[in-house]
Design a binder for this molecule. Sequence first.
Ligand code: SAH
Length: 356
Amino acid sequence: MTERISIHDSIAIDSLRRQRRVDPHRIARMRRVFYKKLEGSEAAIDELPVEVREAFAERIDFHPLRLEQRIDSASDGATKLVFVTAAGARVESVLLRPETGRTALCISSQVGCAANCDFCATGKMGFQANLSVGEMIDQVVQAAQLVAHEGRRVRNIVLMGMGEPFHNERAVDEALATLLGAEGFHHPASRVLISTVGIPEAMLRCARRFPDVGQALSLHAVRQDVREQIIPLARKHPVSELRETIASLNAIQSRTVMIEYLMLAGLNDSMADAAELVRFLDGLRVHVNLIPYNAIDDAPQLVGSTREVRDTFAHALKSAGLTTTIRYSMGADIEAACGQLVQRLDRESSRRPDET
Ligand code: SAH
């Protein structure tokens, strides 16, 4: 059988179109129905001339991912989607629908991750595979279809799921182009955010290419030794270099850069740490997002800061004039933190290979 073509591969679709002598407008209509109206693959195919529908339906792969599990939080509006790739790997996306806020979708960029951060469940899996453009976009398509049935729209898209987006830079770049492009989702760049462990050159390339796409840096510590202790890649890119990178992003982008700061007891949560963070961020256009630690099995030595300490820390930053928010942690009951659920499912299935 001839290999199938991904709906997101515009070059391959165009060559099929030429082969079959289809008017480009019909392809544009097919895309509109699929990406914007979210009506599904059959409705999309129906936009093509009758005589080619069957051929296109056979050749085009609309969904590179299979939804394996959908888990709804009992306590808040979070839903975790576990997908399986054609190669059999699991990836997860998280839908957040706060009662009063906007619907947000968190997508993954890799299976596992090479960064191996101490506090991260995905890091503990090691690197397994890069997701393709189609696999990243399909997380958005399937989640958007799901919320469309609820009368909602995905407003914010964050690349904050499994993986380090800038370790899969080329595919992420193309996926962003499809998400933002008029032929694709045409999603406003201002509502897309990409979170990174901090890879300066890639951050700058992304800012130049997509200046309106927001960037979030997982800083987590400003003391170089502490950062190295929890983030192995910190050795390669010292905090001084990250500071320069944020300054360069500020020069390229009008948006502020988000500074993510995971709050770990005794590691980075003292008043002295707050003061150092204030000094470090002085003169930069940023906002700080303090993240409560979601404990993972593989890091028993790490303990999250108490709520009181988080509040005091936030207060110190705010008093120094920094825009600071504390991340409201949704979906704790569904293991919504990065990689937690997939890691458990993978472990269970390797323990019971005959049952899966
Ligand atoms: N690789 C990217 C994006 C994936 S993780 C990055 O490093 O930014 C998204 C965010 O969740 C990061 O800020 C990451 O540090 C944080 N995170 C990872 N594990 C966590 C945990 N157990 N509890 C709370 N936040 C966590």
